[in-house]
Write a protein that binds this ligand. Sequence first.
Ligand code: SF4
Length: 248
Amino acid sequence: MELSQRKRRILADMGIPLWRARHARETGTSPEPAAEPMADPVAPEPHTGEPVAKPVVAPSATDWQALRDEVAACTACGELAASRRQTVFGVGDPAARWLFVGEAPGAEEDRRGEPFVGRAGQLLDNMLGALGLDRQTDVFIANILKCRPPNNRDPKPDEALACRGFLDRQIEAIAPEVIVALGRVPAHNLLGTDTPVGRLRGRTHEYRGIPLVVTWHPAYLLRSPREKAGAWEDLLRARDCLGAATPE
Ligand code: SF4
């Protein structure tokens, strides 16, 4: 079958090798990781297995808006509240099956009020696209912090703690079937560990009864494209978790 240019571009970005995707389609299994991404990759078909429908009621629009308003008015972290242009609540479907959690808004996110924009965001969108997912309609994307730390420094522990309540309320409202932690900061905060990301990958963790998979941050993948094949394995692991959540 002739590949669309969009699909070629998405998979070229993801570094998904042709033979691996074909193997996965033919055997229905996750292929072994490639030593390094190859050229001319092809996308696996979007997940079509059961269950398809998420048996969860979406949060009421009123409650969701109230939470959004509460975040927008928050000044719990004085330094961040004083320096931000706006809070970055998150983007996507509040009834999504997938929740992606990143670190904190950067300069562009602070400007636009949306997480994961710019080059890292484009790569994340391409990763989602390779799974047949769209950031607006199929997933929710949030961060550990809703406000940009000055000079893109790491969130301080007290800031992450202060903002955790908002993320937990988002998780409670969304009731995702899987959480994907994008990089070190969300992985360490959600799992309460300082184990390196490389050692947290490759297995399924749990946060509040929901399966959690750790993968590389898209910004790291831009710097280390050889890791894209591993990130793809992580996403397949997360996809396998759909329907397995046992929320508290
Ligand atoms: S980072 Fe979170 S807790 Fe801190 S001021 Fe912003 S919204 Fe409030």
